[in-house]
Design a protein around this ligand. Structure first.
Ligand SMILES: *Cc1c(COP(=O)(O)O)cnc(C)c1O
Length: 384
């Protein structure tokens, strides 16, 4: 909690209490010689906001300290973070093993975009470490997974898969957007890189897109920085400042939202098929509780009657918003098959377990009694 509030605060000569917003694209120099020295790397100092910016670096420092990582790089969105983690690590001729259940755009990146650049990919069910081991090839350089996965809430055993990766000389990259360092610390469990959509719980108030990649200083210096500085998935200082301030309340928000999610999951479980890692009925509850501090803020439920019933339930909500964002202080609900996973082919969706009657609930900070009343009314309106 102290780090969330205080880490990465750089004060200027004015001694401001709140971190300053350095909304500048460039920097001016005392002399031509000073500019040349900074470009040669002989003198410290910033040169251009695609490369460095004080507000963005404050955010990176706070993120690294919260995660327990040696280094962090902030990016313009979560997808910029995932693309950076993968493209900075992999080259043509390399092979990637990825989780089958991934955020929709991550699946498109793995299945369609990386292969265009000569990177071979295999999607496996990462609930089974044996399936991950069986998918390895001599040229496997990385394993990429999400846990809990979106929206199936599949749990991957991070420590077991990290051992498999390291025996094969590969890196384990974990998309930790659903958990944040408040709930789960992949690096402490053996992962090599952690990537985030900071749009989700880190901003947590539905304002900005942002992302981050965290890992060792060596990977950052040798692989990540040359890639991002010259390709430009840079976070704007304004968005960095918004996320930096939001991190101050991240532990409070995540803990309360997870407590609300547990209450709603218990309520829903009595009515419809419900998945929540914090409930004993989740098939991987024990593993989840071993590596997570709580069950997280996402609850997945299944209604009978497919897309038509799922859409009817969404349309009868009065308090909860229909929205594909998640991690917000407002409770949001979406139908993954027709929104977040709409660009994933139907047969891949079926194999991932994203059914037509599945709904994803991202639990916010409202009074759980109000949320239950809204869900109760909506479920009754579809006769469930
Ligand atoms: C939202 C999300 C992303 C993509 O992040 P953006 O900030 O929307 O680009 C990636 N992975 C997971 C698990 C997500 O929830």
């Amino acid at each position: 909690m102290t780090r969330a509030v205080r880490a990465g605060t750089w004060r200027s000569d004015h001694g401001e209490t709140s971190e300053a917003l350095f909304l500048t694209s460039g920097f001016a120099y005392e002399s031509a010689g000073e500019a040349a020295a900074r470009f040669r790397g002989d003198r410290p100092g910033m040169t251009y906001s695609r490369l460095q910016n004080p507000t963005v670096e404050m955010l990176e420092e706070r993120l690294a300290l919260l995660e327990g990582a040696e280094a962090a790089r902030a990016t313009a969105s979560g997808m910029a973070a995932m693309t950076t983690a993968l493209l900075a690590t992999l080259s043509a001729g390399d092979h990637l093993v990825a989780g089958r259940a991934l955020f929709g755009s991550c699946r498109v990146l793995v299945d369609q975009i990386l292969p265009r650049f000569g990177i071979e990919t295999t999607a496996v069910d990462v609930r089974s470490p044996a399936a991950v081991a069986a998918a390895l090839r001599p040229n496997t350089r990385a394993i990429f997974l999400e846990t809990p996965a979106n929206p199936t809430l599949d749990i991957a055993d991070i420590a077991a898969i990290a051992r498999i990766a390291h025996e094969a000389g590969a890196l384990l990259i974990v998309d930790n957007a659903f958990a944040t360092p408040v709930v789960q610390r992949p690096l402490a469990l053996g992962a090599d890189l952690v990537a985030y959509s900071a749009t989700k719980l880190m901003d947590g108030q539905g304002r900005v897109l942002a992302g981050a990649v965290l890992g060792s200083r060596q990977w950052m210096t040798e692989r990540c920085l040359p890639f991002v500085r010259h390709t430009g998935p840079t976070l704007s200082p304004f968005n960095a400042w918004v996320v930096l301030k939001a991190l101050e309340t991240l532990p409070l928000r995540v803990e309360r939202q997870a407590a609300n999610a547990l209450a709603l999951a218990r309520f829903l479980e009595g009515r419809v098929r419900t998945l929540y890692p914090g409930l004993p009925s989740h098939p991987q509850h024990e593993l989840a509780m071993r590596q997570m501090a709580n069950g997280g803020i996402i609850v997945t439920l299944f209604v009978d009657g497919g897309e038509r019933a799922a859409h009817a339930l969404l349309d009868s909500l009065e308090l909860i918003d229909i929205s594909n964002n998640l991690g917000d202080t407002r409770t949001l609900m979406t139908h993954p098959a027709t929104t977040t996973h709409h660009s994933v082919p139907p047969e891949v969706r079926a194999e991932m377990g994203v059914t037509e009657g599945m709904l994803r609930l991202s639990v916010g900070l409202e009074d759980p009694a109000d949320l239950m009343e809204d869900l109760d009314r909506a479920l009754r309106s579809i006769g469930q």
